[in-house]
Design a protein around this ligand. Structure first.
Ligand SMILES: Cc1ncc(COP(=O)(O)O)c(C=O)c1O
Length: 505
């Protein structure tokens, strides 16, 4: 039997491949698709005509390219938005062509860097041996190192050796046992809302993901449909991403009716100043009376006081008053799972029927956002929360972190007082959580960064975990220098007492 030479085989393959390519191009254009402008894409300028997407249509076959005829059967599409094959090809030919040497991205504007990450980058580039990073919101040990919680290490090993686990997609709403145990730790074991089956959870990508999914839902379904006019109130100051998340969901602010309030469940970021229980009761009363929507952000449960129940007091009080709400939970800080992106959106509805409909819409939102959540972090949290021994070990780990922060607060205050640094420094120990709002003004912050190589946010916020027994003297002396050399902000104590509310801009 004669065999073809390698050259012949290659030549024949190339001919077949190019033939197939031509056929594919033809069949893509001639295939039974409707072409319509994608209304979610920008419609102006160069991108207008390129924003075309195809939709298959039952009524069209290759023998029947009557696209407009088919459009009438497709009732959500107007004639105006449907294009024939001829129109598509003509419009593509009419595109103003780019000059040869121009990038298709030439109109893209440079975005400003995210301040807190820029600060870390500047810190990393700094060659000064005694530099200190008090910027980024992550726990550090007394050696200034990241900490993998011992309980997390243990659970990771259990997961690795569990042959029942695999990498199949999770359900869209996430790992069931993760969702239910997350809601349980924030609402409490004996929560009446859980007993009455009116609590649901959506596994999200960190606390940010939970805020985003919640915001998206509220924009689509709260106070009317697609209601970008509902005002959203955030505290001033607040975590800078609150504004960005609600803006990106499309909210504008207009009038106060049925406004949405973003409430830090505990350890307010950046001030570390929480309302007292009495103040929370007043807030709840006003919110009920004015029919305002409570969107809790719980990013530091356990981190504030070292006690999970104490840190969830406000959320549980609102639930006990029968208030419907969302609560975005982050496990980044209290599990040290920053890069695993573990969060949960707990929904407390009036009854099981309302909850069911809300969850069905959440499923749609998640499907078009990240489709299915990742599993590793959620498994770690779920395994830990569902085992009494691991749960108790985790609580000890959280307390270790919270206690270190409390120690650093006490030491920093004592050192500033011993140095006779002008001003009062009680707020350092009055505040709780990962951050302290020092009260340093922008000039003093600049002095700290430029002269002392101590990196902190422009607002004067410092991460207490960035302080260690080795660097605390240097930091206290530097604050003393900054305060005595650059005048301290006059009104700081007014700001620190309790933040005010502003409509997000
Ligand atoms: C108040 C607040 N909410 C939400 C988050 C987001 O947490 P995650 O990293 O889990 O998205 C943070 C993180 O810094 C935060 O401080």
């Amino acid at each position: 039997m004669s065999t073809a030479s390698p050259l012949t085989i290659i030549t024949i393959s190339l001919i077949i491949a190019s033939g197939l390519r031509v056929l594919m191009n033809v069949s893509i254009l001639a295939s039974p698709y409707l072409w319509r402008r994608n209304s979610s894409l920008p419609q102006s300028g160069r991108s207008r005509k390129l924003s075309l997407i195809s939709r298959p249509c039952d009524g069209v076959s290759s023998q029947n390219p009557g696209l407009l005829h088919c459009a009438s059967a497709w009732n959500q599409v107007t004639d105006d938005s449907v294009f024939s094959l001829e129109e598509v090809t003509t419009s593509l030919l009419l595109q103003p062509s780019l000059k040869e040497d121009m990038s298709v991205f030439c109109d893209v504007q440079q975005a400003a860097p995210v301040a807190v990450f820029k600060l870390t980058q500047d810190f990393n580039n700094d060659q000064f041996p005694n530099k200190v990073n008090l910027g980024v919101g992550a726990y550090r040990t007394d050696e200034g190192k990241p900490w993998v919680l011992p309980v997390v290490k243990k659970v990771e090993k259990l997961i690795v050796h569990d042959d029942r686990l695999n990498h199949e997609y999770l359900p869209i709403l996430g790992l069931t046992e993760f969702r239910s145990s997350s809601s349980k730790i924030v609402l409490g074991d004996g929560s009446p809302a859980i007993r009455e089956d009116r609590v649901g959870g959506v596994q999200c990508l960190g606390g940010t993901g939970a805020l985003k999914i919640g915001a998206e839902f509220l924009r689509r379904f709260y106070n009317g449909n697609n209601n970008t006019k509902t005002p959203v109130y955030v505290s001033a100051p607040t975590w800078e991403n609150h504004n960005a998340v609600f803006n990106s969901a499309g909210f504008e602010d207009i009038c106060p009716e049925r406004s949405i309030f973003v409430l830090h469940a505990c350890a307010h970021n950046p001030t570390g100043t929480d309302p007292t229980q009495e103040q929370w009761k007043q807030i709840a009363e006003v919110m009920m009376r004015r029919k305002l929507f409570a969107f809790f952000d719980s990013a530091y449960q356990g981190f504030a006081s070292g006690n999970l129940d104490k840190d969830a007091w406000a959320v549980r009080y609102f639930v006990s008053m029968g208030i419907e709400m969302f609560c975005a939970q982050s496990f980044s800080k209290n599990f040290g799972l920053y890069n695993e992106r573990v969060g949960n959106l707990t929904i407390v509805a009036r009854d099981a029927d309302n909850l069911k409909r809300v969850l069905s819409q959440m499923e749609k939102i998640v499907r078009t956002t990240w489709s299915n959540p990742p599993s590793q972090g959620a498994r770690i949290v779920a395994v830990t929360l569902n085992s009494p021994e691991l749960f108790s070990e985790w609580k000890d780990n959280v307390k270790t972190m919270a206690d270190r922060v409390l120690r650093m607060r006490a030491q920093l205050k004592a050192k500033l007082q011993a140095l006779g640094t002008p001003g009062t420094w009680d707020h350092i120990t009055d505040q709780i959580g990962m951050f302290s709002f020092t009260g340093l003004n922008s000039k003093q912050v600049e002095y700290m960064v430029k002269e002392k190589h101590i990196y902190l946010m422009a607002s004067g916020r410092i991460n207490m975990c960035g302080l260690t027994s080795k660097n605390i003297d240097y930091v206290a002396e530097s604050i003393h220098e900054a305060v005595t050399k650059a005048k301290r902000a006059e009104c700081i104590h007014g700001v620190l007492r309790i933040y005010k509310w502003v409509k997000k801009s």
